[in-house]
Design a protein around this ligand. Sequence first.
Ligand SMILES: [Mg+2]
Length: 199
Amino acid sequence: MRQPCVFFDRDGIVNMPPPEGRRYIERPEEFVVLPEFLAALRVVQARGYAAVIVTNQKGVATGDIAPEALAAMHRRLQDAVRRAGLRALADIRVSTAADDAHPDRKPNPGLLLAAARDHGFDVRRSWMIGDHERDIEAGRRAGCRTVRVGGTQPTAADFRVPDMGQLAAWLEKHLDSAVDNTTKHAKGAKNIDDQFAGN
Ligand SMILES: [Mg+2]
């Protein structure tokens, strides 16, 4: 059975968002991993899900973010994950496109679909977690269940969590075990075998 994945948006979910008046995190030292994300990742990994970051970073196209700086930020992220005693993120997928019509730029689902294809994820059992409606739309269009973090306006998400501080506890309560599903599936298959055996 294919593994499901939890896709996380980056800025505001994984790391502190850009400060007021700034569009992008431009320097590696500005990239501050949220402990609340690490707590959520711990639940996700314990339940048997892969974890992948999917992020729009148009600032690369506009020249505001150097590709080397972006790479350094993501090394910092993987280091923080390892220091927390967690497995490395399965992937960090970045759309650098400036064109809103680009298939990889959220709300388009290209980043999620490509990661699912490359890693063999089961999108129907996967989740997208983000703090913006474009994350939710990308997740829905990829066929995932969705969680919106924060915000007060109506959301298209399946669920809403008020803030990152409550995400880990929410996942503890609602994220079904990827492994348990496999067990159920195996039990179901066995029951069918038993029926045949009885006939
Ligand atoms: Mg965000």
